[in-house]
Design a protein around this ligand. Sequence first.
Ligand code: PFF
Length: 454
Amino acid sequence: MQPAGREHWKSSLGFVLAAAGSAVGLGNIWRFPTLTGQNGGGGFVLLYVSIVLLVGLPLMYVELSMGRAAQLGPVGAFRTLAPHRAWRALGYLFVLTGIVILSYYGVVAGWTLKYFWMAVVDGFTKEASGPAFGAFTKNGTLQIAFLAAFLGLTTGIVFFGVKGGIERMSTVLMPVLFVLLLLLIVYALTLPTALDGLCFYLIPDPASISGKTFVFAAGQAFFSLSLGMGAMLTYGSYLSPGSNLMRSGLVVVLCDTAVAIMAGLLIFPVLGGAPDKSGPGLVFVVLTDLFATLPAGRFVGALFFLLLAIAALTSTISLMEVAASYWIDERGWSRKKAVGVTAGLVLLLGVPSALSLGAVGGLGNVLSIGGKALGFLDLMDFFFGNVSLTLGGFLLVLFALLAWKRARFEAELYAGSGTPAVVRKGLFFLLAVLAPLCLGGILGYMLITGQTLG
Ligand code: PFF
């Protein structure tokens, strides 16, 4: 069922900003610097950028081409492009993955509102930031309230549709995000700790690169580019036939990578080297500690958490749109009903994640993988934020080449782009050889060792 009046992006710049908005998120500003810190600095950055360009970019092209060709979200795209019904199951997995990722991503996104509020209203106190963070994550009511608030913002935007909601907000928020990030970098580079931080961040140390670094870098690349669960496919389905996919896809990937690299240029000069805390601690404890002591720290802190909130919001709207497009395309629901039902489901699923950070002891230790105790939120991140995205990416490559077939995929991707033959050949090699090897290898490694990549 292809809706006759399918909405399309107003302009190709609007599409690029919305897709870059999906890609740029907590993954760039929080997860990327954390992983870089844990995995030895410059070497990790080098590997990350190589994987983004060699595997991430080709996969981005697969998703965008599928979406534009089908003019439908993931379930509809597999239904219309694939000869075999079994592929449809992958579409359903994508919708489920979007809902689950949103349910826990929304919890952390909610923290950015709380910390922005804290900077503006109370200011930061150094001694109190660690215990205050612990007390906050243990407070189940507050965790659910901030999750609900963030979902409320997301729902409000997605409700207004592709042009009036997603594109309009992304066109305003993405330039604001970029300017805020630039201002914060300029400030960070004036600090006495800047040089040590930059050396750690930018000078690769070959000894720090191992198989594990490779797996972490690849997992981060797919998460950061929003690949492997149909988000880019869904955004691609709102493109009109005439657009130049080769160019738009490249710009989106470069924007995402630039923001990740820039986040490092902000965080490492402030830290002056490798962070001694990982995960949530990096941003919400270590940086808050620093904001408490730095000149103009409260103001800078407020800008920083605003930046983080904007980045998270343009990502949560894309996560919600994947599920909303399913109800609209496949079930013929109104956007209002689709968005309302999705928000309800996400909130329900988000409650155990919100309560797993100290509020309810049992939810904090649900399963042990690879000798590591995982709480409900970690578990969702492991299965949906890591395994499902990698599996999704792997199967998408197989789908494009074996089921949809190379000729049709390439006809869609290259339409109107005048791409030279040598580039086409190179891209085919990356998709047919490098991507399956890389994605298959990571999948095996994750399942065997239980590495959560986070
Ligand atoms: N790319 C987002 C980030 O880096 O924070 C996370 C994300 C958004 C993943 C949308 C997947 C997705 F479909």
